[in-house]
Design a protein around this ligand. Sequence first.
Ligand SMILES: Cc1cc2nc3c(=O)[nH]c(=O)nc-3n(C[C@H](O)[C@H](O)[C@H](O)COP(=O)(O)OP(=O)(O)OC[C@H]3O[C@@H](n4cnc5c(N)ncnc54)[C@H](O)[C@@H]3O)c2cc1C
Length: 468
Amino acid sequence: MLARAQPSVSGGLPPALAAALEGLLGRRFTTSAADREHHGRGESYHAGLAPDAVCYAGTTEEVAAIVQLCAVHRTPIVPFGAGTSLEGHVTAVRGGVCIDLSRMNAVLSVRPEDLDATVQAGVTRQQLNSDLRDLGLFFPIDPGGESTIGGMAATRASGTNAVRYGTMRENVVSLTAVTAEGEIIRTTRRARKSSAGYDLTRLLIGSEGTLAIITEVTVRLYGIPEAISAAVCSFPSVSNAVDLVVAVIQSGIPVARVELLDNTTVRAVNLYSKLALNEAPTLFFEFHGSQAGVCEQAETVEVLAADFGALGFVAAADADSRNRLWKARHDTHYAVQALRPNAKLWSTDVCVPISALAPCIAQTQADIADASFPISMVGHVGDGNFHLGLLIDPSDPRELAEAAAINDRLVRRALELDGTCTGEHGVGSGKIKFMRLEHGPAVEMMRKVKQALDPLGILNPGKVLPED
Ligand SMILES: Cc1cc2nc3c(=O)[nH]c(=O)nc-3n(C[C@H](O)[C@H](O)[C@H](O)COP(=O)(O)OP(=O)(O)OC[C@H]3O[C@@H](n4cnc5c(N)ncnc54)[C@H](O)[C@@H]3O)c2cc1C
């Protein structure tokens, strides 16, 4: 049973608010324990805190009406997509109302001629891509979970394709959002470029539900490449693998994906996904382009890999083996979790400039070697981004303290190298303590933005910004 969220007033929501929300939504307003508990925790190791009620919104106008009612009662609001976030983003630290947008899941329009699509916030990337397949188009951003496009915009998510296609920051054209006053706005139009005014789209991307609630997202689309090929390549050490990646990126080879898995992760993947990869630090590559272009990229990387001591370079050109490989990569979270079944996976990520990746990973490996519990390392290394999965017993205070210290050292190391405390997972409540260290006085500017856009402080309070 989760800890009970602090109620907005004694005993939960103000009765007048509960009655008004029930009047608006009928059975899509609920205070059932199961619904509240589900919505009070993401996939993170953080303890959950349940909201007082959950509202399943169906339209932008309904979201606006819910926000207006909550604003009258000064009741906190936590937007919720699929709950796959990893840093305590959706915990209702002040109780209040969770607005679940997952039922707003219509693909509103696809415009192949403009290479864009507009979707409701609750559409998942998998759903969008299955709708697009027959048009020969795809949306490239692929965080591991079945996350919603609204949640992905709210966390500025990325994934394995970011090295070639960018992150949500580069791939959102425009947003429809509900402000803290319950007003509906569109951040910009669909033109690919605009110099007209402040960039509200980028302001809301990564704001984690603290500035507005995103209800529709217009995203960029890409043509499915004429040819795709993948390759797997193992190395005697993580540093050999990382040095190769740095060389590949610095030589401008347009790899679509390059992912690092350390020994622990490869062992986990072999067991979980029934693969037979060499249990050594391994890179998964994918190349997109014309038939000739893809062959040329793969050959160039293979030659470079030999210079960095590669133990083999195995191509996976057919779609089935490629899909199997990438499915295994996307399942690494669960594969690693299965290595210590009663443990909880504390997943943390940092990102550094590509030239700083090798020292950052080398120093981190020393921490991994000394840890008293298993730690896996995976990385979207082409972006300088890597993740640790710390498999801890959350009921053991010694393991929790050791994990916190490892996470702390990891973040400080990344910041010393001019990197960031999170490349893609976001701040939530878990990384708030690093915001001042990373941003210094710029945190005050962020605070002013928050104060201006959410003067009552009702939108996902206790997230992103330190309160002291
Ligand atoms: C196995 C696994 C692998 C992952 N791999 C990656 C990865 O490779 N890359 C990556 O970037 N992330 C990754 N993640 C993290 C997670 O999938 C992303 O953060 C994702 O973008 C969250 O989307 P969601 O719909 O689940 O959002 P939620 O978890 O529901 O919400 C996330 C945050 O956004 C806010 N929010 C949600 N919807 C809206 C909205 N419509 N308007 C305003 N605010 C909103 C919430 O209040 C919360 O603060 C992974 C997670 C798991 C479990």
